[in-house]
Each structure stands twice: as C-alpha cells, then as structure tokens.
Design a protein around this ligand. Structure first.
Ligand SMILES: *Cc1c(COP(=O)(O)O)cnc(C)c1O
Length: 377
C-alpha cells in the first residue's frame, strides 16, 4: 500500500461500530473493567488510550517500526529515551543537532552521569575511531539542523551494529514520507510531531519508534512510568494532520526548490544550504537514502544588517521558531534554536549572525518570492 494511503487510513481501515469516519476522541482518563481480572484492552490513559493508540499504529506503520509511542512533545520523547542509558555510558552525537537536544545532553544527561562526544559525521571512519568500551549509542539528525548536512544512515548503522551500539535518528526534517531510517538500519527513530506530522503549527507532540520488540518493551516501560504521554485531543489533531502529510510534503518541497533557486541568484544571498540542489555536497547520499529533500532551507546573507532587515521587513513570511507547518516561517538560529549552543561551536559550524533558516510552507510560491524581493531590497 502506498504511503499516502497509509497516512489516511493506516494499513488496516479502522471500522468504527457507529460508522464514524474519523477516530473518536476518547476523552477518558480511566476505563471500567467488565469483570475481575478482565480488561477492555484499556485501563488508564497514561498507559494507553484508544485515540492515541490509533495514532501510534499509523506512525509505526509509516516508519516501519514494531511500535511507536506518542509523547507530549519531541523533547519529552528524547528525554524519555535517554532513560535507556545509565551512569558512565557514552554517546557519540552529531555536532549539528537541534539546540534543544544539545541543551538536554549538556545540562541534564551529563549531570546524570552520561558523557558525549559531538562530532562531524561526514567521515565515518573518524566516527568509528571515537567508539570506546563505554559507548552505547550514536545519535544523529539527517539532514542536520540548521546546516543541512546529510549522514549516510545505512553506513553508520553498519558501524554502530558491528560495535553493538544503538543508532538513533531524529527524522523530524524529512518525515516518514521521504525517509525511513529503520529500513536503513536505525534502531530508534525520534520525531518532533510538532513539525511536519502535525503540519499546522497548532499542536505539540513527539514520537519514539522502535525497530525491535526488545527495544519497544524497554521504551514502553519507560513511557508508562514517566507519563509524558500525548492527550486524546492532541492525538486526534495529529491523526488529522498526518492525513494530508503526503500532499503537504510534495507542495512544500516544490515551493522549497523554487525558492532555493531564486535565493541562490540574489546578490545579497551568499550561500544557500538546501539538500535538493545538485551542488549540495551530500546530494548523492540524499538521493540514495531518501525519496525527497524536504522543505528546510538555510541561507547566509551578506551582512548582519541584511539579516536583521529581512526579519523585520518580511510581511507574509513569519519570524517565528518551529518548522514544518503550512505557514512559511523564518528563524534566526543564532538567537533562537541555537542560542544555548556555545559560541565557538556555533561559529565553527557556520551558525553566525548572517545565517537564517527557512521552513517553506504551502503558500503560493510567487507570493513568497515577492515577499523576499521586497524584504531584501
Ligand atoms: C523541534 C525539534 C525537536 C523538539 O521537539 P518539540 O516538539 O519542540 O519538543 C527535536 N528535534 C528536532 C529536529 C526539532 O526540529
């Protein structure tokens, strides 16, 4: 079955006794037992809720995992996942991650006794050289945030598994519509459902998807114990958002390709980072492992003044954090998503006062270009 159909129905068309076409919102904290020692399959909504369960089934199917867990936010999902590790464990992480993940590792996980090595993943031999006896996992995002570096997931999975490490991939940017890390060998997939999966800048959510039953069992135990689960209403909003994932991604990517081309010709734009441009250094890896490039673009303008003017003059495009929704948003990574990343690290990566990040939405692309034209004047 095609992924666009699974987005709408799941692979098994759910039959509701009332004929309801949409999944009802089971706004119940608890479920009555029909008899002693008998359960309807639902006991208490922290453990499982019928609305959330339908969402989790669809996500697990879309990602090719054995189980998916829906959390209140992406950060809640990552924080829960870190409970797989214990004092002394070492994790190798990409040096260009979502700023919130870096803050979690630095301020909470390290305090709890974990250690991290942040590194570039372009040269996989150098990543392998960082593996120590206490190393337990490799954590990446691909494409990365905000520099759009692409990591070869299958090659990295081979290295991880030959050393008994977990490969964890944050797949927020491409979504299961364009990329399936588990199929490429990853063990755990993370999503900020707040972004493309929800798609409307109106809901916070997060997901963990497990490749094996063994990992799913361990994560489920953490899930019900920590309790950062997604509410029935937000689960329903997520189900609704995912129904249009395929058409949204197609259109957002088409807009992004057009906008990336236009930006790269503008005299005040010095550099465009978009994985869908054949001149992107990782274009070949993208084509090999993904079905598309997504709609995230970073670009560097000629001066800090141009960047600030642009942010203040945009009319249609909103200056706001987050990404993946129908509205085109522009962010200033240095001040927003990456404000907590140490300055030397930011500078080395190229996250400076001239770098802007764009999440291309569903507006008419000519209207978007018009807005950039006037703002860059
Ligand atoms: C937004 C984001 C997160 C965090 O998700 P929240 O839903 O905001 O908690 C994690 N990873 C990536 C790549 C993100 O873009």
């Amino acid at each position: 079955m095609d992924i666009s159909t699974i987005c709408i129905h799941g692979s098994v068309n759910r039959k509701d006794p009332t004929g309801s076409v949409t999944v009802p919102i089971y706004q119940s904290a608890t479920f009555a037992h029909p008899g002693v020692g008998i359960s309807t399959g639902y006991d208490y909504s922290r453990v499982q809720n019928p609305t959330r369960e339908q969402l989790e089934k669809v996500i697990a199917e879309l990602e090719g995992g054995v189980d998916a867990m829906a959390f209140s936010t992406g950060m809640a999902a990552i924080t829960a996942m870190m409970e797989l590790f214990r004092i002394g464990d070492h994790i190798i992480a990409l040096n260009d991650l979502y700023g919130g993940s870096v803050r979690l590792f630095r301020t909470i996980s390290e305090k709890n006794g974990l250690t991290f090595t942040f590194t570039d993943m372009a040269d996989l031999a150098s990543v392998e050289a960082l593996i120590k006896p206490e190393t337990k996992a490799i954590f990446i995002e691909t494409p990365s945030n905000p520099m759009m570096q692409v990591t070869d997931i299958a090659a990295l999975a081979n290295i991880a598994h030959s050393h008994n490490l977990l490969l964890i991939v944050d797949n927020t940017f491409l979504t299961p519509y364009y990329q399936n890390p588990i199929t490429l060998g990853a063990d755990i997939i993370i999503h900020s459902g707040t972004k493309y999966l929800s798609g409307h800048n109106d809901t916070l959510a997060g997901f963990l998807i497990a490749r094996t039953e063994e990992l799913a069992d361990r994560l489920r135990a953490i899930y019900k114990t920590i309790g950062a689960c997604l509410s029935p209403f937000d689960s329903w909003l997520m189900i609704r958002g995912i129904k249009t994932l395929a058409v949204r991604m197609d259109r957002q990517q088409a807009n992004a390709i057009a906008l990336a081309k236009w930006l790269s010709k503008h005299p005040k734009v010095k550099k465009v980072y978009y994985t869908g441009m054949p001149e992107h250094p990782d274009y070949a890896i993208s084509v090999k492992q993904s079905r598309g490039f997504g709609a995230m673009i970073s670009f560097e303008v000629d001066s800090e003044e141009t960047a600030v003017n642009l942010l203040e003059r945009m009319k249609l495009v909103l200056y706001a954090e987050s990404l993946g929704g129908v509205e085109t948003l522009i962010t200033y990574p240095m001040l927003q998503t990456h404000a907590d990343v140490p300055i030397e690290e930011r500078e080395t990566l190229g996250i400076n006062e001239k770098l802007l990040r764009l999440s291309v939405g569903l507006e008419n692309v000519d209207d978007l270009i018009e807005d950039f034209k006037q703002a860059l004047k």
